[in-house]
Design a protein around this ligand. Structure first.
Ligand code: S3P
Length: 175
C-alpha cells in the first residue's frame, strides 16, 4: 500500500507523515528531501539557479518513481498534486490524504517558515495572507480530489495521526 499526503506548504505533512508512517510500520519518504538528496541541491538554490518549470518536471519524475515502492507513506511538496496529471497518478497509485487548513491559519504558520519556501520567500509579511489565499483557491481543485480530507486546524499532530489512522482503516475496509 502507498499513502500520499498532499496539501499546502506549512500544513504539517512531514510531521504527521512521520507519525503515521511509524504507526503503520511504513517507510516514510519526503519528496522534497528526496529531491534534495538525489540532486544534491536545496530546493531554494534550485529555484535560484534554474526555474520552477524544470523543478516541476523533475518533481513529476520523482513522483512517478514512487509508484514502484510498497508500504510507504509519501509526503509530497505543496505543489506536487497541482501540476501535470500528478493528482491522477497519485490516486491511481495510492491513497491520497489532503491535510486542509484555512488560508488565514496557513499564513500565520508560514510567517516564520516562508524564507525556506522559494515561492513565498520574497513576499513581505503583509502580502503573505493574500498570496496564500489566492494560491490555495487555485490549488483546492486538485487537493479536493483526495480520497480522504481532514480539517487539521483544531487538532494536535497526535490527534491528527489518530484520526487519520481510523480514516485509513475505514477507507481500506470499504475498498
Ligand atoms: C512548493 C512547496 C514546497 C516545495 C517547493 C514548492 C509549492 O514543499 O516542494 O518549495 O509549490 O507549494 P512543502 O510543501 O514541503 O513546503
Amino acid at each position: 500500500m502507498r499513502i500520499y499526503l498532499i496539501g499546502y506548504m506549512g500544513s504539517g505533512k512531514s510531521t504527521v507523515g512521520k507519525n503515521l508512517a511509524s504507526c503503520l510500520g511504513f517507510q516514510f519518504l519526503d519528496l522534497d528531501h528526496h529531491f534534495e538528496e538525489r540532486y544534491r541541491i536545496s530546493i531554494l538554490d534550485f529555484f535560484d539557479k534554474y526555474d520552477e518549470n524544470l523543478f516541476r518536471s523533475m518533481e513529476r519524475d520523482l513522483l512517478h518513481e514512487t509508484g514502484e515502492f510498497d508500504d510507504v507513506l509519501i509526503s509530497t511538496g505543496g505543489g506536487t498534486a497541482c501540476f501535470f496529471d500528478n493528482m491522477k497518478f497519485i490516486r491511481e497509485h495510492g491513497i491520497a490524504i489532503y491535510i486542509r487548513w484555512p488560508a488565514g491559519m496557513l499564513a500565520e504558520r508560514l510567517q516564520n517558515l516562508r524564507k525556506k519556501r522559494p515561492i513565498l520567500k520574497d513576499l513581505d509579511p503583509e502580502s503573505l495572507p493574500e498570496k496564500i489565499s489566492e494560491q490555495l483557491a487555485e490549488r483546492e481543485f486538485f487537493y479536493g480530489q483526495a480520497d480522504i480530507i481532514i480539517d487539521a486546524g483544531a487538532f494536535s499532530p497526535q490527534q491528527l495521526t489518530e484520526i487519520l489512522l481510523k480514516k485509513i482503516a475505514d477507507f481500506t475496509d470499504r475498498g
